[in-house]
Ligand binder design. Structure first.
Ligand SMILES: *Cc1c(COP(=O)(O)O)cnc(C)c1O
Length: 495
């Protein structure tokens, strides 16, 4: 299988090259040049297969320069019961005969990003060997919370990689900060940057463009790389769990093989829902993909009207991982919907950069409407949804997942479409204790790790072990710097 850029000027790459490069040299996204298909037999075969085997089998269809043996080993490492608190890895929780919640947060950092970031580092490390790259990959991350910790856990102690994470001093929750400050591992570094997420992000972007730094790093045996969600190695592991979930529904006689399902995904950068789209293209019987946003509803507008307009107010919401106005992975969808018209995609992306908006063609709008539905949830509506689900179904969800349930219920009311629906649940409610406690009507919400105990007390459910153990973890990284000092910090951490 070959990988090509959505902007058309990067030639053809192998999977290992695509994963090592992350972004195409022409600024586009590297995308498989064809989509492999799965048959009904595959889905049936999966019913008595472990999650690890399912993962190796699906990924092998896209990564023909990796052996099955390699992929099985990586899947075994990534999705082990040492790291995940359930053997099912990505279990479905049945809420009714037609609503199934796909819990993607049973991994080491309690957010769905673990599903991909436990896998990507191994694919990348092997890609260095396959491409005969002698240098060590130095991964730089600016994070608003979930990605940084998931990347640290994924890359920790992985051969020939170093990972350095910068987070905004004023931009992450107490729990998120503690998760990062206590990170263990011999190849990791964490540092706070004074300011907000934009300060951290623009600082990291500057590092990537700093030729002097790159030269010095090269002499020390390093090259810079990114663990951003535009890397194909992050999208691919996410395709697995949608196929796996469908197979579980067949296994449990909730549906018959071939029955259509809908999939509803709380969306930010469009990576997770894009993976569901690929699963559909591979032949998984998916009818509608329902794209759920929060008040930053740029995708709702786009999927409705075909006009993408990022010139709008940015809101901080209680589902911060979806607070985003430029959904990078959308570019891959446009590439596919335009019949791989890289000139057209380049033009849309140029307009987005220079004018802040673009309007897609009518044929693309028609395709969008046939595959996608969309909607959004306000913070108030998300909180009501958390409270109602807890009251009526004794099921506790986080604010991101609540956005999805709210949008699904609107969708069903609007269309009457009661097709069985898989709802992606992207974070443990314990990761967002304060919002969840608030939604449940609790006053006097505690601070820091005490919040975890408070939510456990109120709901009678234990906090996930990786969060509960934060209380006794040693703080290893406790520095904060101004963004002018990031270069020095990188040199110091690579020491
Ligand atoms: C990253 C994230 C999302 C958004 O996923 P995308 O792939 O960026 O669309 C949703 N929920 C949570 C909890 C996340 O961490």
């Amino acid at each position: 299988m070959r990988y090509i850029s959505t902007r058309g000027n990067s030639g053809e790459l192998t999977a290992a090259q695509a994963i090592m490069q992350g972004l195409a040299p022409d600024g586009g996204l590297l995308t498989p040049d064809s989509v492999p298909t799965i048959s009904g037999k595959t889905i049936v075969d999966f019913t008595d297969m472990s999650y690890q085997k399912r993962a190796a089998s699906i990924m092998g269809l896209y990564l023909d320069d990796y052996t099955q043996e390699e992929l099985l080993r990586y899947a075994g490492n990534a999705y082990s019961t040492e790291k995940f608190d359930t053997e099912a890895i990505a279990p479905l929780h049945k809420l009714s005969d037609s609503v199934f919640c796909l819990e993607l947060w049973h991994g080491p950092t309690c957010a769905f990003k673990d599903m991909a970031l436990q896998m990507l580092p191994q694919l990348l490390s092997a890609a260095l060997v396959k491409n005969q790259e002698q240098k060590t990959a130095c991964i730089l991350v600016a994070t608003s919370g979930d990605t940084g910790k998931a990347a640290l856990e994924g890359f920790k102690n992985v051969d020939r990689t170093r990972i350095l994470v910068f987070y905004p001093k004023d931009g992450v929750s107490d729990i998120q900060e503690l998760q990062m400050k206590t990170q263990e591992g011999k190849n990791v570094g964490v540092c706070a940057v004074v300011g907000n997420f934009d300060d951290a992000q623009s600082g990291v972007k500057k590092l990537f463009n700093d030729n002097d730094l790159k030269k010095r790093l090269s002499q020390m045996g390093y090259f810079l790389s990114s663990a951003n969600s535009i890397n194909w190695g992050r999208v691919l592991p996410q395709i697995v769990y949608y196929i796996s979930a469908y197979s579980d529904l067949v296994r449990d006689s909730e549906i018959h093989l071939g029955d259509p399902v809908n999939i509803c995904v709380p969306t930010g950068n469009f990576g997770n829902i894009l993976a569901a789209y690929y699963a559909k293209c591979m032949g998984l019987p998916v009818a509608k993909l329902i794209c759920a946003s929060n008040r930053n509803n740029v995708l709702t507008d786009f999927l409705t009207t075909g006009k993408y307009n990022r010139k709008r107010t940015f809101y901080n919401t209680i589902s911060p991982s979806m607070d985003i106005l430029i959904s990078s992975n959308l570019e891959r969808l446009l590439f596919d919907f335009s019949g791989k018209d890289s000139a057209l995609v380049s033009e849309y992306m140029r307009k987005l950069r220079t004018e802040g908006e673009y309007q897609v063609s009518d044929p693309i709008i028609d395709k969008m409407h046939s595959v996608f539905a969309s909607g959004y949830s306000t913070d108030e509506e998300a909180k009501e949804t958390i409270a109602r689900m807890y009251r009526e179904q004794s099921y506790l969800i986080d604010p991101h997942t609540a956005d999805a349930f709210k949008v699904l219920s609107d969708y069903r009311r609007r269309t009457g479409d009661m097709t069985p629906c898989i709802v992606a649940s992207t974070a443990s409610p314990f990761k967002f204790c304060d919002s969840v406690l608030d939604a449940l009507g609790i006053k006097d919400i505690k601070k820091g790790t005490a919040m975890l105990e408070q939510l456990a007390e109120v709901t009678g459910r234990p906090a996930p072990a990786p969060l509960a153990s934060l209380k006794t973890k040693k703080v290893i990284f406790d520095q904060s710097i101004t963004k002018e000092h990031m270069v020095d910090k990188v040199m110091e951490m690579l020491g």
